[in-house]
Ligand binder design. Sequence first.
Ligand SMILES: *Cc1c(COP(=O)(O)O)cnc(C)c1O
Length: 447
Amino acid sequence: MPQPAEGGPTLPQERRLVTEIPGPESSARLARKKSFVADGVGNVLPVFIEAAGGGVLVDVDGNSLIDLGSGIAVVSVGNAAPRVVRRVQEQVAAFTHTCFMVTPYDGYVDVCEQLAELTPGDHAKKSALFNSGAEAVENAVKIARVATGRDAVAVFDHAYHGRTNLTMAMTAKNMPYKNGFGPFAGEVYRAPMSYPFRDGLSGPDAAALAIDVLEKQVGADNLACLAIEPILGEGGFVVPADGFLPALRQWTADKGIVFIADEIQSGFCRTGDWFACDHEGVVPDLVTTAKGIAGGMPLAGVTGRADLMDAVHVGGLGGTYGGNPVACAGALGSIEEMREHNLVSRARAIGDLMRGRLEALQADHPVIGDIRGRGAMMAIELCEPGTTRPDAARAAAVNAACHKAGVVTLTCGTWGNVFRFLPPLSIGDDLLNEGFDVVAEAFAQTA
Ligand SMILES: *Cc1c(COP(=O)(O)O)cnc(C)c1O
């Protein structure tokens, strides 16, 4: 692992268990949480965290856990990354908020300049900043509707775009994201997603199928935009077959439909490119970003063709906190970490290591039906051996065994049978290998 020029993780980079997981201190706090926090807000692993950095999370009982989740792909640069901390501290001491719509400041414009440079394509680009991924997706749709004068929104099977009313409509999975929360926003239409493990289709054939559904059931002339995750996030880390995204991109360009790449989970070095679209040279009209952008500070963006972004009337985009100066400082620190440590190439190396470990695991455990992903965004799908029948029970058992052994793992997928691995890019090889030793042990224990 490249050594940080400035600071670096100060916590011992080790897995250390001094109590059972969760320990007594965490359990006491969990009881308190139960009294004051709404039950709807769940926890994957109920240990209360006191410090984190590099590749570890340290809990209130003194356990040090290996982090293979990055707070869901957020702290890609590591928790409390030195440049994020320094810039946030400087900004928070200077001023905390003016509201960019009232009186502007440099940090917001600096982040938009970085987004113009880093997102796919070298055309003129502009951005607007928001607080959460869902808010960015909502605003991308608003922009597309104004720019095209059309209403309809195309989305895909297994998509996840957020939990607000419009983005719930765009998200595919009912439980837990939508159940009972309707009625949902209208004019959202779903097309089949390329899913090589399940549909066996080539990229162009899968795209033809999706395009046919949209043309027959919606009509290209009614579509304002098509929103797609270039690699599915919550939906199971499905990498569409080669040629799927380029074919959709071409079709949307031909029909005047705004192509929105939702790179909220896949963006900012995660896949071994700055953005997942870069892998096939796909240049979207609009890109939504959040999660990995700001090292843990809440920030999101919509970036895209200047002519589209400028279609909206003055005052039509904004929000009280969008592009908050402290969050922007976090983003500038985070982008600096990515450049300084060449985290694009670090994500590729982590991906190679993880793929090797997962292939070895698959040889011993035929329940692993598929290994997929790109860079440091890798997953395995668990199915009854030799079939595509989901084995969510095994995924839950393996996940619980990992947690007990001090490794933070996450599941995902429409059937809950996918294990996803999203380590911080600041994790060292030794710790990462130890994490996969624990995963392998969890598979053996639950066989
Ligand atoms: C997490 C996520 C969102 C929603 O982001 P929030 O910040 O939770 O609102 C939207 N799209 C994708 C692809 C995501 O992974």
